[in-house]
Design a protein around this ligand. Structure first.
Ligand code: NDP
Length: 294
């Protein structure tokens, strides 16, 4: 039987609706409008698309959206001054600097300048450290989305064998921590791992966050496993244009897996929805309100 398709589009739209409901409640009960500031440096077309989508979805959820577009050659001090201003701005509860930054800027310095309470991308060492220590933290959006998608299939991940292929600060590492917090048994695989296929074959949950088109094959997968494909790779298509493919060989793997996310229409949909969740949570925490019901 082919795998059940985990529909990120539907799950993300339900999540956005729940966020919008909570935003309405928080405004009504506390007079608080959560605000998200997104900073884009340069004119990378993919980043422009992401920033536009974040702006639209932030406004659709009833939050305030602030956008700052800086030239490619902006001085690092000017970018840091903008972040300092946003850190002080009471209307801003979430700050996201769109990555990747131009090479002239030092990404770590820029991320470290964001107030950890407003770090809705969850990349500041304060939040990464808290997550690693098992404490409540603002967690990176894509891994958060992966957990929500997995829980649409399994109510509890306790005791399940999970493998995360990829160990970037943005996806793989925080995902490992989130899975540990869910009491899964976790294997971390990366470019130096040996016998990846054998490691995968033991896993009930497979997460591919590598950036290599269709690397994970059908014969790596334990029958019935849940497969979450984070990869977004552009490939030439037959009509001369480009198409998006994941890190998982979708057709092959869906013949074996129990459930699988498509690309597009899977994890990618969840990332912005989780950014809205983080902004709402940050706004409530900054104002000393109870954690919202989302
Ligand atoms: P990085 O390039 O930062 O990290 C890739 C990871 O994959 C590294 O840890 C690397 O290992 C590992 N890797 C590389 N080659 C292999 C291999 N042959 N076998 C096993 N592991 C390998 O990528 P990101 O984590 O930023 O992104 C991963 C993918 O997810 C990309 O396709 C990206 O576009 C996509 N993505 C999707 C998002 C979404 O919203 N859906 C958001 C963010 C990313 P090592 O550490 O040893 O070098």
């Amino acid at each position: 039987m082919p795998a059940r398709i985990i529909d990120g589009k539907i799950i993300a739209s339900e999540l956005r609706a729940r966020v919008a409901g909570e935003v309405t409640r928080v405004r009504r009960e506390h007079g608080l409008t959560p605000g998200l500031a997104v900073v884009l440096v340069g004119s990378d077309p993919a980043s422009q698309v992401y920033v536009r989508s974040k702006h639209k979805q932030t406004e659709a959820a009833g939050m305030a959206s602030f956008q700052y577009v800086l030239p490619e050659d902006v001085a690092q001090d000017d970018l840091l001054a903008l972040i300092a201003k946003l850190n002080r701005d009471p209307a801003v509860h979430g700050i996201l600097v769109q990555l990747p930054l131009p090479k002239s800027l030092h990404t770590e310095t820029v991320i470290n300048a964001i107030d950890p309470a407003k770090d809705v991308d969850g990349l500041h060492p304060h939040n990464a450290g808290r997550l690693a220590g098992g404490s409540a933290a603002l967690s990176p959006c894509t891994p958060l989305g992966c957990i929500i998608l997995t829980k649409s299939v399994h109510a509890s991940l306790e005791g399940m064998n999970a493998i995360v292929i990829g160990r970037s600060n943005l996806v793989g590492r925080p995902l490992l921590q989130l899975l540990l917090n869910e009491n899964a048994t976790v294997t971390s695989a990366h470019s130096r791992s040996r016998e990846l296929a054998k490691l995968c074959a033991r896993a009930d949950l497979v997460y591919a966050a590598v950036g290599r088109p269709e690397m994970v094959r059908g014969d790596w997968i334990k029958p019935g496993a849940t497969v979450i494909d984070v990869g977004i790779n552009r490939q030439p298509s037959a009509d001369g244009k480009t198409k998006l493919v994941g890190d998982v060989a979708f057709t092959e793997v869906s013949d074996v897996a129990g459930a699988i996310t498509p690309v597009p229409g899977g994890v990618g949909q969840m990332t912005v929805a989780c950014l809205l969740v983080n902004t709402l949570r940050a706004a409530c925490a900054i104002h000393g309100l109870p954690k919202p019901a989302v």
